[in-house]
Design a protein around this ligand. Structure first.
Ligand code: ZN
Length: 156
């Protein structure tokens, strides 16, 4: 079985998740990071949606709505080309794993890590994993390495 870990950070437009930073980790250390371009201009969002976007940027992940150049579809195709029926994709949290299942069109087995241990706790345990230099706060790259360590080492 091939192990893949995926994490993503993004925005919400009403109830729809809009991915921005998507990181895929193959074989424990081979990672690919994508910044997906937005589905519309910032000014096309409603005032309320704009406020939600700004809040997430400033308080949660420091990623901008307009960041990114690759398309949603190209990221989807890349991942689908590199997984198979024998791949297990690990995702932390139920909401994210549902999104990944849909994103990967049910082509792979998605395993949800829904234990009590939070990413925050894992960060205390593994404070020096790789992360992006270009943004602060929550980082999908950091998250996949935290999840990797969680799967690799025994964590209570
Ligand atoms: Zn990052």
């Amino acid at each position: 079985m091939k192990q893949v870990i995926i994490d993503m950070q993004g925005f919400k437009r009403d109830s729809q998740f809009i991915p921005k930073e998507v990181v895929v980790l193959f074989n424990e250390d081979e990672y690919f990071r994508f910044l997906i371009r937005p589905p519309c201009e910032f000014c096309e969002l409603t005032r309320k949606q704009q406020n939600n976007v700004k809040w997430l940027t400033e308080n949660f992940h420091d990623l901008e709505w307009m960041d990114g150049t690759v398309t949603y579809k190209s990221v989807q195709s890349f991942i689908l080309a590199n997984v198979s029926k024998n791949t297990i994709v690990y995702v932390k949290g139920l909401e994210k794993s549902r999104w990944v299942e849909e994103f990967l069109k049910d082509e792979v087995c998605v395993e949800t890590i829904d234990d009590n241990i939070t990413l925050k706790k894992l960060k205390e345990k593994f404070p020096n994993v790789k992360r992006c230099a270009g943004h602060s706060l929550t980082c999908a790259l950091e998250n996949v390495f935290l999840i990797r360590n969680y799967l690799k080492y025994d964590c209570e």
